[in-house]
Design a protein around this ligand. Structure first.
Ligand code: ZN
Length: 89
């Protein structure tokens, strides 16, 4: 699907496994092609964390990994406690 982040359109792609430099990872954010890939072969909360995490990278590529990881973790926990979940396919 297409999502808008800070006035730019990005493609959000879900796939069972995502690789970065040969290694499995939860997600990647490709700035040049404006593409976010999210691995779905993990639990639902991890998927939510990855979506938020990669969207934060997309919104500001200069943010430090530590800030992105901590902020995504906190937002995901709050959304999760509020009951937000991906719809079942
Ligand atoms: Zn990251």
């Amino acid at each position: 699907m297409k999502i808008k982040i800070n006035k730019c359109w990005w493609r959000l792609i879900f796939k069972p496994k995502v690789k970065h430099e040969g290694d499995d990872c939860f997600g990647v954010c490709w700035h040049r092609s404006r593409r976010i890939e999210v691995a779905t072969d993990v639990d639902e909360k991890e998927i939510m964390d990855t979506i938020v995490h990669e969207m934060l990278h997309a919104s500001d590529r200069n943010q430090k990994e530590e800030w992105v990881a901590r902020t995504a973790f906190d937002i995901t926990n709050a959304l999760w406690r509020l009951g937000y979940r991906r719809p079942r396919e």
